[in-house]
Ligand binder design. Sequence first.
Ligand SMILES: [Zn+2]
Length: 83
Amino acid sequence: MDNTNSANNTLPANRIREAMAAVTAGQQNPEAAVPCPVCGAPGLQVEDRSVRPHAEWYALSCTSCGLDDTLHIPLGSRPGSFS
Ligand SMILES: [Zn+2]
């Protein structure tokens, strides 16, 4: 048994798309407040910990709901990426 999703500070699997969209939005407009993919509150903290060219890592945290997790995006797996 390893049901870590029972903790409310991890990113649920069904929110990964929202999290990726939030990261992208933050990159395109760093001045904007990015909404949290879990609770929707603006002000999501995104820390780029990527180890290019191997993978992208983003540490996501939200003070509203306590989200504190990392998002891993293997390079080359993005929809529409050059391959
Ligand atoms: Zn939140």
